[in-house]
Design a protein around this ligand. Structure first.
Ligand code: AMP
Ligand code: GLY
Length: 426
């Protein structure tokens, strides 16, 4: 079959890489892709958000299956548009993608169906929001309602910071229309973990857990980014806790979405805080995480096409996922300055040497070709994933490999995996 992957980041590279391994797949296309996907698939120069352009192209090229990476095309109704043309697309409809697209929607859903999450209140009026904030304990979490590329969250340490965030979101509109509504949320303490699950509107099939590293600097300091590295498995999520997540969070959420007339099909991403009162939801996303996909997907040994077909047919209960026993760890190499302003167009060296190493995978994100030369083209440039007998070995191998990839101003965190590796017995 012919498969189209929509997007151009590290997540889409690992999805294309995995789909290409299926004996059922003859050809993989990626729109728009990057320099890495061009090596193993055919890049199609159509933007991920050009829904009509993509649907037209998929129609003309007899694409059998389309897999969507990022949230924007889902929120814009890609799956609805493809389905209307009789094209198969993997992911939630626009209505179901609201679980990520609107924090107000997802918080209200969790409240209505008793799914564990932080206590919260929603505001549209500045004065009411400020009055409320003055009565709350600090730290306090303030979130813009809509999609803000992971940047719409402020953790205020004191009242001045909290009041400033209220003004930024509701009055100054620093997040644009995403900030027309404000969610004020209780601060949760604990360790964060991501659990991704395949969902077919009815059944839920959780994947192995992973942990992201959102801050730019070592020790989880500095501003938030799209994610600077990840690993899987996550020792903090014991089998008992994983079971709790499945029974108290994932299954009830999929039932709730069906009950609300927005049946959820695709990948449900649960961003969780493991609190002393059990796992609680920080956020839901409607897609694979990036860079979580770069550690979870390489561990999956089941044919991804079989799983996706089961999702589309509603027969996920017939599928059992199997996993490589090794641990996986990925380190993101970024442009100097990211997540602030940065320059692009720098030549990247060392890619071939590293890609030739066994059980090391280089997943490209912000890369492009200038003639025959691979150059930087984004903030997160690429991710190097290593498999190893345990997390420590995977970490050593990922760092050994990434040191060989060079470009001007390159930056990576030195401590990916530190939470797991500082636990006793690791
Ligand atoms: P979100 O986009 O909602 O996941 O928020 C981004 C990041 O902010 C999360 O990964 C957490 O690190 C942090 N965060 C969000 N909500 C809370 C909360 N209620 N308590 C503590 N940290 C939070
Ligand atoms: N790594 C966080 C996300 O994909 O939302």
């Amino acid at each position: 079959m012919k498969v189209l992957v929509v997007g151009g980041g590290g997540r889409e590279h690992v999805l294309a890489w995995k789909l290409a391994q299926s004996p059922r797949v003859k050809q993989v296309f990626v729109a728009p892709g990057n320099a890495g996907t061009r090596l193993m698939a055919e890049n199609v120069p159509i933007a991920a958000t050009d829904i009509e352009g993509l649907a037209e192209w998929a129609d003309q090229n007899s694409i059998d299956l389309t897999v969507v990476g990022p949230e924007a095309p889902l929120a814009a109704g890609l799956v609805d548009a493809f389905t209307a043309r009789g094209l198969k697309a993997f992911g939630p409809t626009r209505e179901a993608a609201a679980i990520e697209g609107s924090k107000v929607f997802s918080k209200n859903l969790m409240k209505k169906y008793s799914i564990p999450t932080a206590a919260y209140a929603v505001f549209t009026e500045l004065d009411k929001a400020k009055d409320y904030v003055r009565q709350q304990e600090m730290p306090l979490v303030l979130k813009a309602d809509g999609l803000a590329a992971g940047k719409g969250v402020v953790i205020a340490q004191n009242q001045d910071e909290a009041l400033k965030a209220v003004e930024d979101i509701l009055e100054a509109g620093v997040f644009g229309a995403a900030g027309n509504r404000l969610v004020v949320e209780e601060f949760l303490e604990g360790e964060e973990v991501t659990v991704l699950a395949f969902c077919d509107k009815e059944h839920v099939l959780p994947m192995v857990p992973s942990q992201d590293h959102k801050r730019i600097f070592d020790g989880d300091q500095g501003p938030n980014t799209g994610g600077m590295g990840a690993y899987s498995p996550v020792p903090a999520l014991t089998p008992e806790l994983a079971n709790e997540v499945e029974e108290n969070i994932l299954r009830p959420t999929v039932r709730a979405m069906a009950a609300e007339g927005r049946p959820f099909s695709g990948i449900l991403y649960a961003g969780l805080m493991l609190t002393s009162n059990g796992p609680k939801v920080l956020e839901f996303n409607a897609r694979f995480g990036d860079p979580e996909a770069q550690v979870v997907v390489p561990r999956l040994t089941t044919d991804l096409v079989d799983v996706i077909e089961a999702v589309l047919q509603g027969s996920l209960d017939q599928i059992q996922l199997t996993w490589r026993p090794e641990a996986a760890l990925t380190v993101v190499l970024s442009s100097g300055g990211y997540p602030g302003p940065y320059k692009t167009g720098y030549p990247i060296s060392g890619l071939e040497e590293v890609a030739a190493l066994p059980n090391i995978f280089v997943f490209h994100a912000g890369t492009a070709y200038e003639g025959q030369q691979v150059v930087t083209a984004g903030g997160r440039v690429l991710a190097v994933t290593a498999l190893g007998a345990n997390l420590r070995t995977a970490q050593e191998r990922a760092y050994q490999a990434i040191r060989n990839i060079k470009f001007q101003g390159s930056y990576f965190r030195q401590d990916i995996g530190w939470r797991a590796l500082s636990r006793k017995g690791q």
